[in-house]
Design a protein around this ligand. Structure first.
Ligand code: HSE
Length: 458
């Protein structure tokens, strides 16, 4: 029997506890599939006494994650503490520098320091795996990093935040308010500690920054991403989308354009008959458009303890398999045991860090696509003509225009003399839309702010 892979886990929250439970319940299967046992031999968390529903008795307890990261009783350090700063950063750096492979679910850490950490991993010749950092149980990191090595990716986009998709689904299907749906998502453990991070699109942006690097061989650059969240989405938008044959999803999109790489996170209209529109609730989905193949869409659980832990476990198993030909000597050095080694070194971001390029950022003003625009328009002769003129000035062509009085008689708004007008444009530029709407606002034919939702071709 090959020696066990000895694992230390820092952070025993929902994901850490689920991981410990999965390793215990799948011991025989993991040993068979990896060629050696996986043993969690040490753990670290803030509070020792907390009830976690898993047996930690046989594990060495650490209260300092950095100490655990450097401890000679482990071969692999699993970081599940979260956060872009310390202690996660120092602990991961220390583990890598001391020749230990690292598995992490920490998208914030990787979005900020991923390239530096990958350099450290390269230098030490160890793995840095992070499948759980993007879309939890969906194996999207491995798909981009390994499965599609031979395909040039043109676009990668997806539903990367379970909380937002859960909220939009519940609002659409159950006609519940935004606040009620958010509360449910928090109660179910999907949302981040600060749910604004989910709702305002930053969680999606961090995940997208990793996917873009894997897809295009660029250095991770979260600051190159245009970000808009879902908090302004109203029931009226979901109802209009439904009538017009669309659904609203928060998408993260990274796409090659002649101007560079466009990276954006925003509420998006997707055609109801598209694969991504079928994705409901906390489920995530990622579509990859790559040269030479039809688009690939992966769909699966994108949040929650068990789903995230399963991705962490697959990363651990990957390390267990690829180091199987080594034995550990008394002086803690690894030595090839002489058995055939089937280790394939995979760079954390799919390419050596030395050839990752800086992102050439395509400006958002030059984004091109269709737009949904909802205006609260003055109910007077000439309003529609005035709006149409402003759009025509920017050469925006309309696919449809709907002005609606509520079925049940005039609403407070119509009583005040305004009606909702919904426009769907053909492909145009962001700049043209912004200029046209600024002019419409200037003409004083609308009240409030126009609602603008981009339409993604899929
Ligand atoms: N808050 C995240 C989500 C958890 O809702 O998708 C997984 O990153």
């Amino acid at each position: 029997m090959n020696k066990p892979l000895r694992v230390g886990v820092a952070g025993i929250g929902t994901v850490g506890a689920a991981l410990i439970a999965q390793v215990a319940s799948q011991r025989a299967q993991l040993t068979a599939r990896c060629g050696r046992p996986i043993e969690i031999v040490a753990v670290c968390a803030r509070s020792k006494g907390k009830k976690r529903g898993v047996d930690l008795k046989k594990m060495k307890w650490f209260s300092d994650p950095v100490e655990l990261a450097g401890d000679s009783s482990i071969d692999l350090f699993v970081e599940l503490m979260g956060g872009a700063g310390d202690p996660a950063k120092t602990a991961v750096e220390f583990a890598l520098a001391s020749g230990k492979s690292v598995v992490t679910a920490n998208k914030a850490l990787l979005a900020k320091h991923g390239v530096k950490l990958a350099q450290l991993a390269e230098k030490s010749g160890v793995a840095l795996n992070y499948e759980a950092a993007v879309a939890a149980a969906i194996p999207i990191v491995r798909t981009l990093r390994e499965g599609l090595t031979g395909n040039a990716v043109n676009r990668v986009y997806g539903i990367l935040n379970g909380t937002c998709n859960y909220i939009l689904t519940r609002m659409e299907q159950e006609k519940l308010s935004f606040a009620e749906c958010l509360k449910q998502a928090q109660d179910l453990g999907y949302a981040e500690a600060n749910p604004a991070f989910d709702i305002e699109g930053h969680d999606t942006a961090q995940k997208l920054s990793l996917l873009a690097s894997l897809a295009f061989g660029t250095k991770i650059d979260e600051s190159a991403i245009y970000v808009e969240g879902i908090s302004s989405i109203a029931a009226a938008d979901l109802a209009a989308a439904d009538e017009l044959g669309y659904r609203v999803k928060l998408l993260g999109v990274a796409v090659k354009t002649p101007q560079g790489i466009e990276q954006r996170v925003h509420p998006t209209m997707v055609r109801k008959d598209s694969a991504i529109a079928q994705v409901m609730g906390v489920t995530n989905a990622v579509t990859i458009d790559a040269a030479g193949i039809n688009p690939i869409t992966l769909i699966g659980p994108g949040a929650g303890g068990a789903a995230t832990a399963s991705a962490v476990l697959s990363d651990i198993a990957d390390v267990a398999r690829t180091q199987v030909g080594y034995t550990r000597l008394a002086n803690d050095k690894l030595q090839n045991s002489g058995k055939p080694e089937f280790c394939v070194k995979v760079a954390p971001f799919g390419r050596p860090t030395s050839i990752l390029t800086s992102v050439r950022k395509a400006p958002m003003q030059r984004h091109e696509g269709g737009y949904y625009i909802r205006l609260q328009a003055r109910d007077k002769p000439g309003t529609a003509a005035s709006i149409a003129t402003r759009l025509a000035e920017q050469e925006i062509s309309l696919e449809s225009i709907v002005q609606r009085h509520p079925k049940d008689g005039p609403s407070a708004d119509t009583a005040k003399g305004s009606v909702p007008v919904i426009l769907i444009t053909y492909a145009t530029s962001e700049d043209s839309v912004r200029k046209a709407l600024a002019a419409v606002g200037h003409d004083k034919v609308i009240s409030g702010r126009p609602q603008v939702i981009r339409i993604e071709k899929n």
